[in-house]
Ligand binder design. Structure first.
Ligand code: ZN
Length: 427
């Protein structure tokens, strides 16, 4: 089975490609990349004129809710949403029911993902048993079972000694720890960013310091261990400064930010619309700008969706009682492209680094994040001029809690290709 992609503009920072290239795919892998390839007989052809061809996008922070809460999202609906959003690989967080803190859950997820067969799904296992922050999981066993990273996401690992031990094991196993940085003793029952808006509307606030003390703590521990530490959904300017300085002094740390923290701020929480209730909370405009600066200068390595599906009934409660979280797989690329690439904050090359090259590097997925002969043909094709409207009614996710509802702009996913197979094609 051959797939021929002609006339596309290939952008791949890993191999240095940035120009018009034809790509020939055979048996799921890249066979040839050249300025002009003669159309082989019996090949399915995609005319990619006007399209950007990138190594497949990777989301290292997705919640799929299966096992346990398939009414919110399932491995199948999440995989469909990922494919529609241009993601060829996603990593699912362990806060399912049961928690993915043992090999049988990891293997269940892998088996289900294989059966669904749309995009690559890699389980992230818990750091502590039951996400309780007390006892370390059997990390080696989980890696053998197929876990690609560890995280207690939703919770922060509050015991410094436990995260220290986890960093030591992660170093031996050569896998990343993904920390959700939140000091629960500071954030408490907070609902929104602590500041002018929380005081004005009488909502309980979450200080920037709740995040920053954990970012600082983890960087200090990591400076001695030099394991693999990844800080997820960074939301404050102070965190960006801490990570920037850590990198400057040679400490091995990586970080991501979400589209909602990059493009939205706390002003929206004045509406009391629970769709803007997220953790960490939407921060001030100056935090938002500091995050974008961090994207531009390389402090922040990648963009992660933190796709967190909820049922309509759950999320439509009063602000105070609604759960935290928004979905993001099907809006991430378009809103970032329109607001950051088209507004010339970042270029195509940086965009591909943020969505593909860097997440592949952080996760040690050496055969992904690049377009090279012999490697699996995971590709994302997008039309930089294609118009989009974010409309949750069209989503393949089961959930609609998207904070970009109604946004319009340019930058549209047109094809998602996993191992040489088209798993999504725009209408
Ligand atoms: Zn989190």
């Amino acid at each position: 089975m051959k797939l021929f992609i002609k006339n596309g503009h290939l952008v791949d920072p890993a191999t240095g490609h940035d120009g018009k290239m034809d790509i020939l795919i055979e048996a799921g892998c890249i066979l040839e990349i050249a300025k002009s390839i003669k159309k082989p007989s019996a090949a399915e052809t995609i005319d990619a004129s006007g399209l950007i061809v990138a190594p497949g996008f990777i989301d290292l922070h997705t919640h799929l809710r299966e096992p346990g809460q398939e009414n919110k999202e399932s491995i199948e609906s999440g995989a469909k949403a990922a494919a529609r959003g241009g993601f060829t690989t996603i990593c699912c967080m362990p806060n399912t029911d049961p928690v993915n803190d043992n090999r049988s859950v990891t293997e269940y997820i892998i088996a289900r993902a294989r059966k669904v067969g749309l995009v690559n799904i890699h389980p992230v296992a818990a750091i502590s048993r039951g996400l309780l922050g007390e006892n370390l999981v059997e990390m080696a066993d989980l890696v053998e079972g197929g876990a690609v990273a560890f995280s207690d996401d939703g919770n922060c690992v509050m015991k410094a000694d436990l995260i220290r031990k986890a960093l030591e094991y992660a170093k031996m196993l050569d896998v990343p720890l993904i920390e959700h940085p939140e000091d629960h003793s500071i954030s408490g029952e907070g609902q929104v960013n602590e500041g002018f808006i929380s005081y004005k509307y009488g909502l309980r606030g979450i200080l920037n310091a709740a995040e920053e003390v954990i970012v600082a703590r983890d960087i200090i521990l990591q400076s001695r261990i030099q394991s693999r530490l990844h800080l997820t959904h960074i939301s404050t300017g102070g965190s960006v400064d801490l990570i920037r300085n850590a990198k400057k002094s040679g400490i091995r740390v990586s970080a991501d930010a979400t589209p909602h923290h990059l493009l939205l701020n706390e002003e929206l929480t004045q509406t009391y619309d629970p769709v803007y209730k997220v953790k960490p909370p939407l921060r001030t405009e100056s935090d938002q700008f500091a995050l974008v600066e961090g994207l531009i200068d390389g402090t922040i390595d990648c963009i992660a969706s933190d796709h967190a599906p909820h049922t309509r009934d759950d999320k439509n409660k009063e602000f105070e009682y609604a759960p935290f979280g928004v979905i993001g797989l099907e809006s991430s690329f378009s809103v970032i492209y329109d607001r950051l690439v088209r507004k010339k904050k970042i270029d195509w090359k940086r965009l591909v680094e943020l969505y593909s090259t860097n997440p592949a590097r952080i996760l040690n997925l050496s055969d992904r994040g690049q377009v090279k002969p012999g490697l699996p043909a995971d590709l994302t094709l997008f039309n930089p001029d294609g118009r989009f409207i974010i409309d949750p009614k069209t989503f393949r996710s089961k959930a609609i809690n998207c904070p970009f509802n109604g946004w319009k702009g340019q930058g549209k996913i047109t094809y998602t290709i996993v191992s040489g197979r088209v798993v999504y094609k725009a209408d």
